[in-house]
Design a protein around this ligand. Structure first.
Ligand SMILES: [Fe+2]
Length: 204
């Protein structure tokens, strides 16, 4: 009787970096503190909406470089200090030069019922953070367009299928990804706001 050796289960070989990371930080947005106040004040100040926002969505992206943009808010300085230590390993994992990284631009997106951010990218920004200050259940997840879309042409599948990957998000999640990664949001299907802080980092 011959001995049948059961092969081990297939194992993936990691050869490209992981380009999407999830961090967590308790922003305490709904605790009635200064963060929610500052978000409201910024929305009242900025009059120009982004063309990427659709249906019932609003953005302060047009003021992302201003001195009153969120990355300059006193109430967020503790967050930036803490999160910085977690961004360094991701920066290194992506093979970027060893340099000093700082937030350069930031803005707030608010999506009411039906609101979406349409497909876009942040190039040439090397690192983007999407921070979910408030993401009620049903308010829409994050969508990533397959960056290998064109490379998959010719393989036994339809590249147009499975083109978008849904990434579930909830309040206090932070998604970290490179600026070249195309993304969008699902619509907010609730009567509560979805509130997102977006930050573009730079290295120098
Ligand atoms: Fe974005």
């Amino acid at each position: 009787m011959s001995l049948i050796i059961t092969p081990e289960d297939p194992k993936p070989v990691e050869y490209i970096p992981n380009y999407v990371w999830r961090l967590n930080y308790d922003f305490e947005y709904e605790h009635g503190g200064s963060l929610q106040y500052d978000v409201g004040s910024l929305l009242d100040t900025v009059r120009t909406n982004s063309e990427l926002e659709s249906n019932n969505a609003f953005s302060t992206a047009s003021a992302s470089l201003e001195s009153y943009a969120p990355h300059n808010w006193e109430c967020l300085q503790k967050f930036f200090y803490i999160i910085h230590k977690q961004l360094i390993p991701i920066w290194d994992h992506w093979g970027y030069f060893n340099c000093h990284i700082t937030p350069r631009e930031s803005w707030i997106n608010i999506h009411k019922r039906g609101g979406i951010t349409t497909e876009h990218l942040h190039s040439p920004c090397p690192m983007v953070l999407s921070c979910y200050l408030k993401a009620p259940r049903g308010s829409g997840n994050f969508l990533i367009r397959d960056p290998l879309e064109y490379h998959r042409f010719g393989s036994p599948q339809v590249p147009e299928q499975n083109l978008w990957k849904e990434i579930p998000v909830q309040t206090n999640d932070i998604l970290v990804f490179p600026g070249w990664l195309k993304h969008a949001t699902q619509p907010n299907n609730t009567d509560e706001d979805r509130v997102v802080l977006s930050i573009n980092y730079e290295g120098h």
